[in-house]
Design a binder for this molecule. Structure first.
Ligand code: AVI
Length: 323
């Protein structure tokens, strides 16, 4: 089947193009943060995770470093063999601690990292065996739900799902609930979900994590406009947009926007998009939760909380839920 190409050489029907145009021609302009992660975006996100202000990485790392044995105890309470499936595995820096502990216990399991990036999966399959030679790894490249379904066809062993890094925060509360319900529907009675939530805390601290003085988060957001220029033939002038982050302590919603600094026209493919001065593009939500709100999400999506693991400051929680 031949692909129809538009005059800008963009495959017609490209999801990225369609999503970008739908978002920027809507009354309230938005772009999806799932498109942040091209190669450059991955690199900038790595820099964000190394920032002093971005407390989330260290908080969850502390949990994995110091409470891995207790987490492994919950998993090993059922002695049967299992598949450990990680959604959005990245470079697995945090999960390595848990993997090591499960290996030390000589538990029978296979690690199935799922990532949308083929590059990430190839790296994991190549590098993890160097760190953990006896680990059985089977990388799955693709969409979370399609790959969880595929994992279920590969073995009938019980499943332990890992969804860490506060990735659930990049959905609003209703979307998070729908997502957890959909995960619940894929799981059976003996399965577990280990899921990381960033907790509500001093609003200034949260805002600082998403509005760093060095402008790394700003470049993370602006990179999506550059990506549109690179991949969709857009002509955004990046210098004419600023980054703005806000945090609402009541709802727990931390939101990022790009603000148009002037009246301007931007061309993407065959479309011309008008921006007014000070008009915003909604870019990303990083939802924060209280512990009762975490348990509400568990209950409304059909899970039962089994255990909670916090860092010493209670900035972050890794919750274990059963079905
Ligand atoms: C990937 N995700 C959990 C990050 C977050 O904290 O929402 C993405 C991010 N956006 C800006 N800084 C980090």
């Amino acid at each position: 089947m031949s692909t129809i190409i538009s005059k800008q050489n963009i495959p017609v029907g490209s999801t990225f193009l369609n999503d970008v145009l739908a978002g920027l021609t809507a009354e309230r302009k938005s772009l999806s943060s799932k498109y942040f992660y091209d190669e450059i975006g991955d690199h900038i996100f790595q820099q964000i995770m190394e920032m002093e202000d971005y407390y989330l990485t260290n908080a969850e790392m502390e949990i994995l470093q110091h409470q891995t044995e207790q987490i492994a105890d919950v998993i090993a309470a059922d002695p049967s063999a299992f598949d450990l499936i990680e959604l959005g595995a990245g470079d697995a820096t945090k999960s390595v601690h848990l993997l090591q502990s499960l290996i030390n216990r000589q538990l029978e399991f296979t690690y199935l990292p799922i990532d949308i990036s083929r590059h990430v999966i190839e790296d994991l399959e190549e590098n993890l065996p160097k760190k953990l030679p006896t680990l059985k790894v089977e990388g799955l490249n693709g969409d979370y739900f399609a790959m969880v379904k595929k994992a279920k066809t590969l073995s009938s062993r019980r499943k332990v799902l890992l969804f860490m890094g506060a990735n659930i925060g990049n959905m609003n509360v209703a979307e998070a609930e729908e997502f957890c319900k959909a995960l619940r529907n894929e799981l059976s009675a003996e399965d577990l979900l280990i899921i990381g939530f960033d907790l509500k805390k001093n609003p200034r601290q949260i805002l600082a994590a998403y509005d760093d003085a060095a402008g790394i988060t700003k470049s993370f957001n602006l990179n999506l406009l550059s990506r549109i220029n690179r991949e969709l033939g857009g002509d955004f002038d990046i210098s004419k947009f600023d980054h703005y982050a806000s945090y609402d302590p009541e709802s727990g919603a931390c939101k990022s926007y790009l603000i148009s600094l002037s009246d301007q026209l931007v061309n993407i493919g065959d479309e011309t998009i008008r921006f007014h001065a000070n008009e915003h593009i909604y870019m990303e939500i990083s939802q924060k939760y209280s512990l009762p709100e975490v348990s509400e999400i568990a209950a409304s999506s059909g899970f039962i909380p089994v255990a909670h693991f916090f860092d010493q400051h209670q900035y972050f929680v890794d919750a274990i839920w059963k079905v």
